[in-house]
Design a protein. Structure first.
Length: 326
């Protein structure tokens, strides 16, 4: 701030005002001399003061106009530090990139949903046709099921007995090895303590450690065998359950035809459900619309960040002379 005739006014507007006033006085003198007369007098030349200030606060990084410099309109006067603005622009660009990725993902999801829904409908319709065809087939299959079910049950029970015996044997073998492993681990601990006391040689510790490793490997193998035996038992039980279920169908309901008809009805319901899945397409369309709206918002934020960074460059709004700077 400076004081002019008792008034405190901003420094920059006064400096620009003086620069324009001097230019106007010079034009007046040249005109008078061109007329052949020289007029001396006093007067007041009015000019418009211009105050140049940044739209956003910031730290000055570069000053390109000094006192006494003549500047043209749009010349760069001051540059502000743009490190924070650059970071905001980078963040906004990253947000735009992420939003574009989400739009792409939403577009892909919509296309996939359309294909999946159409495929589900086609598959359900095909399943319904197959279920309808199984109704006459079931009438013939029920006659053959009676003879086969008795053989399947006998075979499944024998297989289950063998599998359970194998499972018990594997469990017993693993238990024995585990007991030996615990003993070997205790021996190794004692051997280590005796070796630290100097009572036994290191070879004894190594031998105890090797025994532990051998038993640990054997225990792992036994565990795998036990697991395999357990799976065989489960498979045998499942096979027996299937065989018994087939036998019950023959004994209790010889109406496998009714089952086939029920299956045809279920297939029809599944087809209806598949057609209802087309509603998911609308949901995917809404997700795509939301992703596009988010992208538009991110792009607007990027434009704002770019505008803020552009405000870090101060230019001269007019041509004139810089008398001083505050």
């Amino acid at each position: 701030m400076v004081t002019i005739h008792g008034r405190r006014v901003p420094l920059v507007p006064i400096l620009l005002l003086l620069a324009l006033a001097a230019y106007g006085a010079f034009r007046l003198s040249v005109r008078d001399r061109a007329d052949g007369d020289y007029i001396e007098g006093s007067g007041t030349i009015e000019a418009t003061g211009i105050y140049v200030a940044s739209k956003t606060p910031g730290r000055i990084s570069e000053i390109l106009a000094a006192s006494g410099d003549r500047v043209e309109q749009a010349a760069v006067l001051v540059r502000l530090d743009t490190s924070e603005a650059d970071a905001q622009v980078a963040q906004a660009e990253a947000a735009v990139a992420a939003a574009r990725v989400r739009v792409g993902q939403a577009e892909v999801a919509l296309r996939m949903q359309r294909r999946q829904s159409a495929s589900a409908v086609d598959q359900a319709e095909a399943a319904k046709a197959a279920a309808d065809a199984r109704v006459p087939q079931a009438r013939e299959a029920v006659l053959l099921q009676q003879d086969q079910s008795e053989q399947q049950i006998a075979s499944a029970r024998a297989a289950l007995e063998v599998a359970e015996a194998g499972s018990k044997s594997a469990a017993a073998g693993r238990a024995a090895i585990r007991a030996g492993l615990r003993k070997a681990e205790g021996d190794l601990a004692r051997a280590g303590a005796l070796h630290r006391e100097g009572a036994i040689a290191a070879q004894a510790v190594d031998a105890a450690k090797a025994a532990v490793e051998v038993l640990a490997a054997q225990e792992a193998a036994a565990a795998a065998q036990e697991a395999a035996a357990s799976r065989q038992v489960e498979q045998a039980r499942a096979a027996l359950a299937l065989a018994e279920a087939a036998a019950r169908q023959v004994k209790i309901r010889r109406g496998d035809v009714a089952v086939a008809e029920a299956g045809a009805g279920q297939a029809e319901a599944a087809a209806a459900g598949a057609r209802a899945s087309l509603d998911l397409v609308a949901a995917r369309e809404q997700e795509l619309a939301a992703a596009r709206a988010a992208l538009a918002q991110a792009e607007a934020a990027l434009r704002l960040a770019l505008a803020v960074r552009a405000n870090a460059v101060l230019t001269s709004p007019i041509s004139g002379v810089v008398l001083s700077r505050s």
